[in-house]
Design a protein around this ligand. Structure first.
Ligand code: BGO
Length: 714
């Protein structure tokens, strides 16, 4: 920053250290979202006016280290190197110091000015743990502040220290992180050679470059290879690596990591005091059951099964009420609007389409609430731990499981959550299988179909079965990709077990409200727009000739004096129904549906289901709204009754059709938005093409198998 009164501060920390919460406490509503230069990683920044200074905070992506394995790590360290912030606030989760201080040691290597914010201080207080911050300050050579983003404590102290450092009244970066003599000797040799080169213009810290070269950092390697000094460095580096391998039977990278952890463990021993240990802590006791080798998996499956039962049984009550509300709205609108076209567009288009999607809001809220509780309590990480072994059998590790579970909510954040995976092959494989983790937008289709074709008692089990089927396909696909495309093993990774926390009701309600608002916004915009489009495509072009033929038939029945009034009414109702059905068949949607019907016919789907599935490429909720409009228009007698009843009463659909439809919806591309994010995250067209074609092919093949097998028995 250029003026004396402006300070640029970067917030760095592990995911879930509370970095975002600290950032929010610091800047409040003065936030801006952009992208880090040259990449698509989101950049949150915000300004704070404090004691005459303007402090700009930039929230760096959450990372566990600063290697070159993931885009986030590269973004974070490039920002520090290239933007040269005045100061780094390293947010550390005090309840998990060993893991969090690893990043701190890497920031120390960068020799930048730093304050360590020991966050979650409320948690350690509750656990009677105390940290000697003065001593930690001395050991790390950086001021430390205890903060609690939850209780909003320590924030002003943090701001005061930032200003003091700017004014030069407080020392930071007072000492380097020194490694053992063997390592230091090699670091120094490489550093001296780098120092002798004028080509790097002091942009990079020479000691940091030396450490990174010893760590075999790909980006630094490439950078240095382009530099003339490489001719001198290369032999020194090769000699150093061979020497470490001969002497310690280990690469310098491993030795550096070991030494960093040794320093951290030492620092913790010297500064942290734990309360006297009782027999077994509560966490240890709960963990001994939840992540036990025998009980862990069944308990996890039971939790997941209960979630689906709960969403179905509990969600059924408000769902019935919302269905009644929309039926009432439809009847009222029909009574108020006399123009038949306007009446149809409002009742059959908008109210049926939007209403058809909104009735599932309660179910979705229950699902999100349960997922939030799992995440907030720390159980999600345990679940990942439990499935770690199984995941290894399929070429992945437990770390991939969290993005997969996030995929139950929405594929978009799930694709983003894969950023924590360091290996490219693990990341791409996980992204390719996320579409099979059924997202909440597919949920309305299942609730609709299971509700229509299965008794309430079995519906929850069918729903659970569909999700498990998706997980099975995901794991088998991972194995296939790992064996064919990537041909490598998953890399070893420490599975973290965060402490158990009791999520506050406020956080849970806020999260639910946030999701509800998104769903409502989607219903009020995309779904509303799609409903009107669907209505137009199902009403136009109108075939006047065919309509006239039906009108003639009606006129004939009316003028037939041999029929009683009752018989006339009955026959006219049948003709009216046929007239509406043929109107749909001759409409644009009818033509498209009929055009794609041969592709879907082997799966037992007629043109109406086919067009709904085609529309579902845009968003899965539109599958439901398309059906809602088609059935509202196509059934003269039951225009206001629930869509579920229309489907179950339709003689052309069987339980086999229902199962095949759910399997197809489960497995094919989640939605247009997710596809865009997939492409952004994977960065290559070849992956996006594979993602699209693979999911559609698998969806078709599986739906075909399920349809044909279940047709034999059901
Ligand atoms: C959830 N104290 C306590 N007790 N909690 C804190 C503190 C603190 O000082 N600071 C943050 N948290 P982020 P990153 C959550 O998300 O800021 C909590 O990744 C939940 N989620 O509220 O997001 C914070 O930016 C469901 O909690 O971290 C957040 O570094 C139920 O730590 C979590 C309850 O904070 C991570 C909480 C699905």
């Amino acid at each position: 920053m250029n003026t004396d009164k402006e300070i640029l501060v970067a917030l760095a920390g592990n995911p879930n250290s509370g970095k975002t919460s600290i950032f929010n406490s610091l800047v409040g509503a003065n936030q801006k979202v952009g992208n880090f230069s040259g990449v698509t990683v989101e950049k949150y920044s915000g300004k704070k006016e404090y004691n005459g200074y303007t402090i700009t905070f930039v929230d760096l992506p959450g990372t566990y280290s600063l290697t070159a394995y993931s885009p986030e790590e590269v973004v974070a360290r490039n920002f520090i190197i290239e933007e040269k912030p005045d100061l780094i606030v390293n947010v550390v989760d005090s309840t998990n110091l060993e893991r969090n201080l690893f990043l701190t040691t890497q920031l120390m290597d960068l020799e930048c000015k730093m304050i360590v914010a020991l966050n979650m201080s409320d948690e350690i207080e509750r656990k009677n743990i105390s940290i000697d911050t003065n001593q930690l300050n001395r050991l790390l050579g950086a001021p430390t502040v205890q903060t609690s983003a939850a209780k909003k404590t320590g924030i002003d102290e943090l701001l005061d220290k930032i200003i003091k450092i700017k004014k030069g009244e407080l020392e930071t970066n007072t000492h380097k992180l020194f490694y053992s003599d063997n390592l230091e000797e090699q670091i120094e040799k490489i550093k001296q050679t780098i120092d002798s080169s004028k080509h790097l213009n002091g942009k990079y810290n020479a000691r940091w470059l030396s450490i990174k070269l010893l760590e075999n950092d790909k980006i630094v390697y490439n950078l240095m290879r382009e530099n003339p000094v490489w001719i001198k460095i290369n032999p020194i580096l090769s000699e150093a690596i061979t020497r470490f391998e001969n002497k310690f039977d280990s690469e310098p990278e491993m030795l550096l990591t070991e030494e960093r952890y040794s320093l951290i463990r030492g620092a913790i021993k010297e500064t942290v005091t734990y309360p006297p240990k009782k027999k077994k802590s509560k966490t240890e006791f709960v963990d001994s059951i939840l992540i036990n080798r025998i009980t862990g998996l069944p308990i996890f499956l039971f939790f997941m099964w209960s979630i689906f039962q709960l969403t179905f049984t509990l969600g059924d009550y408000p769902m019935g009420l919302i269905e009644d509300l929309f039926a009432f709205l439809g009847d009222s609108a029909a009574a108020l609007i006399s123009n038949p076209t306007a009446q149809s567009i409002v009742v059959d288009g908008i109210i049926a389409g939007v209403g058809g999607v909104l009735v599932f809001l309660p179910n979705i809220l229950i699902l999100f609430l349960c997922l939030s509780i799992m995440e907030g309590t720390g159980y999600m990480a345990r679940a990942a731990f439990v499935v770690d072994k199984i995941m290894h059998k399929f070429g992945l590790h437990g770390k991939s499981f969290i993005p997969m579970i996030t995929g139950f909510g929405c594929s978009v954040p799930a694709f983003m959550a894969t950023r924590t995976l360091k290996s490219e092959s693990d990341r791409i494989t996980t992204m390719l299988i996320i579409p099979f983790m059924s997202c909440s937008a597919k949920f309305p289709v299942y609730v609709l179909i299971t509700g229509a074709f299965f008794a309430t008692k079995t519906a929850g089990n069918v729903l659970f079965g569909i999700y498990i089927f998706g997980v099975g396909i995901a794991l088998l696909s991972a194995k296939l990709f790992k064996k064919t495309i990537f041909d490598d093993e998953s890399e070893p990774f420490v599975m973290e077990l965060p402490p158990y926390r009791v999520p506050t009701l406020k956080t849970l309600i806020m999260q639910m409200w946030f999701k509800a608002a998104l769903y409502l916004r989607k219903a009020g915009t995309i779904i509303l727009f799609a409903s009107v489009l669907i209505w137009i495509s199902t009403n136009y072009p109108a075939n006047e000739e065919v309509a006239q033929q039906y009108d003639n038939q009606i006129a004939e029945v009316q003028s037939n004096n041999q029929l009683s009034d009752e018989a006339k009414e009955e026959q006219i109702a049948v003709i009216e129904n046929n007239k509406l059905k043929s109107k749909l068949e001759y409409s644009a949607a009818g033509y498209i549906g009929k055009f794609v019907e041969p592709f879907f016919a082997p799966l037992g789907f007629d043109w109406r289901l086919s067009i709904s599935l085609i529309n579902g490429f845009a968003a899965k909720e539109i599958v439901v709204s398309t059906m809602a409009t088609i059935y509202a228009l196509g059934d003269a007698d039951e225009s206001s009754s629930a869509l579920r009843a229309s489907l179950s009463n339709d003689p052309s659909y069987t339980v086999a059709t229902a199962l095949a439809l759910m399997i197809f919806v489960l497995l094919y591309i989640p939605c247009f938005a997710a596809t865009v994010v997939f492409h952004k995250e994977s960065g290559k067209w070849k992956w996006t093409l594979l993602y699209g074609t693979y999911s559609v092919v698998i969806a078709w093949v599986m739906a075909f198998i399920v349809y044909n097998i279940s047709s034999l028995f059901l």
